[in-house]
Design a protein around this ligand. Sequence first.
Ligand code: PMP
Length: 383
Amino acid sequence: MKTADGILYFDNAATTYPKPESVIRAVTYCMRESGGNPGRGSHTMALRAAEEIYACREEAASFFGASEAEQVIFTMNTTHALNLALKSVIRPGDHVLIGSMEHNAVLRPVSALASLGTVSYSVFSARGTDAQILSGIRAKIRSNTRVMITAHVPNIANTALPIDKIGSLCRQRGITLIVDGAQSAGHLPIDVGRMNIDMLCVPGHKGLYGVQGCGMIVCGSEAITHGRTLIEGGSGVHSLEAGMPDELPERYEAGTLPTPAIAGLSAGIRFVKQQGIASLHRRECDLWRRLYTDLSAMPHVRLYDSTPGSVLLFNIDGISPAEVSEKLNQRGICVRSGYHCAPMAHKTLGSIDNGGVRVSFGAFHTERDVCRLRDEIWNIARQ
Ligand code: PMP
């Protein structure tokens, strides 16, 4: 899928582009017709905005298997959701488990808490068979392990953690499971109830095809119910009280929500449902296989992970990832280079020296797009 001036976009793991027409229509419709402030007043326009938001809560709750719309807490993005989920439940003295492929959105909040001396953390290996991963996790559990926070799918490889099995283990051991669904929401089926996920943190703007400006925590349990708040302020309810309300989701949603982005997210989830997660995933894997096979045959091109999916990391010997990405950019192709905010994952994959070039697919790519990308990579590699 190209822009009007022919630019080919392969950075969907950062944010999906283009957005479906239905999402663009939903955002503009909301701005034109439902422009009040949700939950602030009882006039028609405030109520319309509140209805947009409630409709998205219902859509998201049913999409991710939450029991009620109130189990969906809106945030600004995944990073905000992960910080809120973690900091709401963590207590001094707790031990936290994270995986070896985490994004900085997980590593940095955990490490910030650890540097205050309030919590400690350990890293389990997120690579290997399910049995190896689970036994690695068991070996790291301590008597004070209270929280696991980990990516379902990392952002530079396609290997998914066996979250359902990890969920059962965490439930048995009384560990709160927080899942970073930034790269799996909209790509793989997720059911917070069936998978025993306490809090699923997802973006609106990636695989759910909404616009930038909102994310969510989808709660699969009561873990966050009376937790600590990250920010406090107006919620539209219990205004005479100085403290934040106890109820979900108001307790964690101080301030005005991004109603147009949330209206767009409802349309994005409907788009993913209409396309079907399985069929979206199958198409991404087909495109991935095409590119992987062709790149494998090119001398000087190095590949890191052989699991098909929506992202592909590569390097060309002798040229820095930034230079490769700049050369592709000059040829009208957008990819991301560097460390992708994921030093742990680069260490695990063996690409920590320079990072890599990441290609990431979306719902609108065609095989022709992939062939154009492949040809340009070849032109760069053979120089
Ligand atoms: N976790 C992972 C695995 C990611 O890929 C990203 C996005 N790069 C994030 C968290 C952060 O997402 P957001 O930009 O929505 O905060």
